[in-house]
Design a protein around this ligand. Structure first.
Ligand code: ATP
Length: 310
């Protein structure tokens, strides 16, 4: 059987930024416990799955394809394999991954792809996995995958995979300052370990200020409360990011923070107009080459319209 378009399922999954990222000491398991506030923003990847007679084929298109592996360790293929194993699926799939999320940017693009692939394969192969099963498979694929399934604004504990929705009000507008070169997450954590060596780190805990700002939907308070324990490590590896943060704040952002392990800087602004002003100012200043405007929170991975064939 070779799948046709009527069998295809397309799923869209969002990028995330971290409004707060509190990092604890390296555990015996080799991981840092975190407590974080995830926020899904309107930058998306799309995964389209068409069932076939057997085997998995992957094609990657879109704005951001450099650095995306086409090997079996691509998170899309790993996710498809987990669904096939769990569902006892004999069929294969042709998978198209369309990337709008920058790679190695601290925006969990690979995790969004994994979440989208879990949902798309489950629907295309009719394996009927329930929410709990999808979340369990997500946790096997990476710390941020569960959040990409859920979306919205949520607290992540453990390695980030234990998700509880946050009480949050309002829509927020962001200007994302992107870097040409990515930062490796393990390298940023290694730098964090170096910078914090010999210091006793507290249990990770999200700040009361950020939760209070979200509860009241107060963007000015949220701007002040943005925080990331990995930021000094990201700045140590990329001092230009520290300058860029200063520039964004000077140009009137309500706040700014490195997203995850960076190098993306997320600037909070008041509204769409403010986002346009800051984007123009940042690019004109020469401090940053590429900016993206986004809003959040947005939904997690869900079945959407098929992309138009061109
Ligand atoms: P992390 O999720 O590790 O914090 P990140 O959000 O900064 O990382 P990603 O875009 O997820 O960045 O990419 C991290 C790495 O994951 C890439 O450099 C790439 O080698 C690998 N990877 C595996 N599958 C994918 C995928 N589908 N898309 C992008 N990268 C992938």
């Amino acid at each position: 059987m070779s799948g046709d378009r009527t069998d295809s399922v397309s799923v869209r999954a969002p990028a995330k930024i971290n409004l707060d990222l509190s990092v604890g000491a390296l555990g015996d398991d080799g991981f840092h416990p975190v407590s974080t506030v995830y926020h899904a923003v309107s930058v998306f990847d799309d995964v389209t799955v068409t069932p076939t007679g057997g085997g998995l084929e992957l094609e990657v298109t879109g704005e951001h394809t450099d650095g995306v592996p086409l090997t079996p360790d691509n998170l899309v293929l790993r996710a498809a394999q987990l669904v096939a194993r769990r569902g006892g699926v004999q069929a294969g799939a042709r998978i198209l991954l369309h990337k709008g999320i920058p790679v190695a940017a601290g925006m969990a693009g690979g995790s969004a792809d994994a979440a989208a692939a879990l949902v798309a394969c489950d629907a295309a192969w009719r394996t009927g996995l329930d929410r709990a099963e999808l979340l369990e498979l997500a946790a096997q694929l990476g710390a941020d995958v569960a959040f990409a399934l859920v979306g919205g604004t949520a607290i992540g504990a453990g390695r980030g995979e234990q998700i509880t929705p946050a009480l949050a009000r309002g829509q927020y507008h962001w200007v994302l300052a992107l870097s040409e070169d990515g930062l490796s997450t393990p390298a940023v954590y290694a730098e964090f370990d170096r910078l914090t060596a010999g210091r006793a780190l507290a249990e990770p805990r999200v700040g009361d200020e950020v939760m209070q700002a979200l509860r009241s939907g107060d963007c000015v308070a949220l701007g002040k409360a943005l925080r990331n324990d990995l930021q000094p490590a990201a700045f140590s590896l990329r001092p230009d990011l520290s300058d860029l943060l200063e520039v964004g704040l000077e140009y009137g952002a309500l706040g700014g923070v490195v997203s995850g392990s960076g190098p993306t800087l997320a600037f909070l602004v008041r509204d769409h107009e403010h986002a346009l002003d800051l984007s123009v100012a940042l690019t004109a200043s020469g401090a940053c080459e590429v900016v993206k405007r986004a809003h959040g929170p947005v939904h997690g991975a869900r079945v959407g319209d098929l992309p138009r064939l061109t």
